[in-house]
Design a protein around this ligand. Structure first.
Ligand code: F6P
Length: 360
């Protein structure tokens, strides 16, 4: 059984297709999908999809996931709506495992981010035969050198950045582009280098607004009449906090980020930026559409490896890319840390060396 959980990510369909194709090479394996993560199993009647060459043909080039997804389906903290409209949170993990066993499922492959892999580890501890496949555009998982979806997000953001440069230049404006990434600055940093930004603000390096304004003003003084800034949604000023709001969606466990570009525009003005400023918040465009070829390849490698872990009964493992090799790590290790930008890394050094200010 395959499922996709958490936010969608370009490359999910390529993983599904690769698992199906690899399984086809063995005798007696049938692959099914649970719709919307584990919700498909928990529903009555169950919502499952037969996965075979016919249902997965050509899907590797499509964004999204044919199995749909949700970040509101944690079986350990499952939201149930009561008759009076109130919501109770209950543990449905035992029921889930029983239902999976009742329909004769040998093993589960869960494709998801850190939240989904934590759920996988807890289900593994309860005896479920499960392996994980990491996915996230944020690239913030420490147990793999890279996740599919990340490069597509950077590609989309860079494409948008290039477009914003020409309009900034025409209007002598400061253009602020906000990208996703949650608490990690990988998308912002890579986009800033690829696009040639003047300023890049990331969560790992809290910024001093005066330094940002000085950098922008100097550029105008030197005669370049425009500036392009990339800011990660999780960036914050020194002594400040991230721009976030609590979600009112039942069962949604994350804090919602987004909107820091507007705060930065106000801060720039207040700190003496004379230029006109415009903001562009890219949002979910970064997760949509066709995966770039690198992500299709990585997703395919992960899918094949995931099925082979199942074949070898190596449960409780998550597939991973390490030093250009496809390998696996325990789900426990996979969920024990995050991958953040190191401010002393060569990537940051290279960005600074090519004139990008981090406001530090
Ligand atoms: O984790 C991936 C991600 O796209 C983050 O970059 C972003 O903060 C979040 O998901 C958005 O989640 P949602 O799709 O629930 O709004």
């Amino acid at each position: 059984m395959i499922l996709t959980g958490g936010g969608d990510c370009p490359g999910l369909n390529a993983v599904i297709r690769a698992i199906v194709k690899r399984a086809k090479q063995e005798d007696d394996w049938q692959v099914i999908g649970s719709m919307e993560a584990f919700n498909g199993v928990l529903r009555e009647p169950m919502e499952l999809m037969k996965l075979n060459n016919k249902t997965t043909a050509g899907i590797h080039v499509k964004g999204g996931t044919i199995l749909k997804t949700t970040n509101k389906g944690n079986p350990f903290d499952f939201p149930i709506e009561n008759q009076d409209g109130s919501v109770s949170i209950i543990d449905r993990s035992d029921e889930l495992i029983q239902k999976i066993r009742d329909i004769g499922v040998e093993a589960v492959i869960s494709i998801g981010g850190d939240g989904s892999q934590r759920i996988s580890q807890k289900l593994f501890e309860k005896g479920l035969n499960i392996v994980g496949v990491p996915k996230t555009i944020d690239n913030d998982l420490s147990a793999t050198d890279s996740t599919f979806g990340f490069r597509t997000a950077v590609h989309i953001a860079t494409d948008s950045f290039d477009k914003l440069v020409t309009t900034a230049e025409s209007h002598h404006r400061v253009m602020i582009m906000e990208v996703m990434g949650r608490d990690a600055g990988w998308i912002a940093l890579n986009t800033a280098i690829a696009g040639g930004a003047e300023v890049c603000l990331i969560p790992e390096i809290p910024y001093d607004i005066q330094k940002v304004v000085d950098h922008v003003n100097q550029r105008y003084e030197k005669g370049s009449g425009f500036a392009n800034i990339v800011i990660a949604e999780g960036a914050k000023p020194k002594d400040g906090s991230v721009v976030s709001r609590k979600s009112d969606e039942v069962g949604y466990e994350n804090i919602r980020l987004g909107g820091v570009a507007y705060q930065l525009a106000d801060q720039l003005k207040a700190a003496g930026c004379k230029a006109d400023i415009r903001e562009a918040v890219l949002g979910h465009t970064q997760r949509g559409g066709t995966p770039v070829s690198f992500d299709r390849v990585l997703a395919t490698l992960f899918g094949v490896k995931a099925f082979e872990l199942v074949l070898n009964e190596q449960y409780g493992q998550m597939v991973s890319l390490r030093n250009n090799e496809i390998t696996s790590v325990s789900l426990k290790e996979a969920t024990s840390g995050n991958n953040f930008v190191d401010k002393d890394s060569f990537l940051v050094h290279a960005a600074k060396s090519t004139g990008i200010s981090f406001g530090d």
